[in-house]
Design a protein around this ligand. Structure first.
Ligand code: NI
Ligand code: MN
Length: 225
């Protein structure tokens, strides 16, 4: 599985000819001006919650690609009413295809659409492809619910918000990595706006002090899991 960081909380995940875009916020991110939304391919768009900085480019990509939008019931109904392909789920549920499974898990956050309308309850995804599993936490605080994940799934990578203010910061993300029993963390949801600017070097040092690996990718760069 190849994971490309598209900036903020946006990811491009590719495996076996399948392409998943997560929480696309690209055209509004000045740090990601070298990424062209119209060139992204997608079979699925995973949406963790309805905030603007996670859905901005959902419709553009869905229009361009015909991708299926996978999200909580309210978000799926929102896009279904606009005639996009959707798969609706809710916390605890797993979307199973021949190529992957994706479980929608708890997040502690909020989830309103930009116009204030209800965007269901926020979540994250545990994505399993063959023997590899990753946890895309979405916007969340540190929560004891994270401890449920390793009861069922051995993670190869945890993707955590680390920008603080609206989500966990670095110190809580280190505890979260204990909770999910995964010492390999990809950081996201940082540096895009002034309130979530971090000291990257200090963050990496804090993780390495705990014998953990914090990966911070340049926007457009990838890791292979
Ligand atoms: Ni949010
Ligand atoms: Mn956010």
């Amino acid at each position: 599985m190849k994971i490309t960081y598209l900036g903020h909380a946006s990811l491009h995940i590719e495996f076996d000819e399948i392409s998943i875009i997560v929480d696309p916020f690209i055209s509004g991110n000045s740090l990601a001006s070298h990424i062209d939304v119209n060139e992204l391919d997608a079979d699925y768009i995973f949406v963790t919650h309805a905030h603007q900085d996670h859905i901005l480019d959902v419709e553009t990509i869905a229009k361009n690609t015909g991708a299926t939008i996978v999200s909580n019931y309210e978000i799926a109904m929102h896009y279904g009413a606009k005639n996009f392909n959707v798969f609706a789920m809710n916390h605890g549920g797993t979307y199973k295809t021949q190529a992957f499974s994706a479980k929608y898990v708890n997040a502690i956050h909020t989830s309103s659409f930009p116009d204030g309308s209800y965007g269901g309850q926020p979540g994250g995804f545990v994505l399993t492809v063959g023997r590899k599993s990753i946890y895309i936490a979405g916007d969340t605080a540190l929560t004891y619910d994270m401890k449920l994940i390793p009861l069922q799934t051995k993670l190869d990578l945890a993707i955590f918000p680390i920008g603080d203010t609206f989500t966990m910061g670095v110190d809580d993300a280190i505890i979260a990595s204990d909770f999910v029993a995964c010492d390999k963390v990809l950081g996201y949801h940082y540096d895009s706006f002034p309130p979530i600017k971090i000291d990257q070097e200090e963050a990496e040092q804090k993780f390495s002090k705990k014998q953990k690996d914090l990966i911070l990718l340049e926007i457009g760069n990838s890791i292979e899991i």
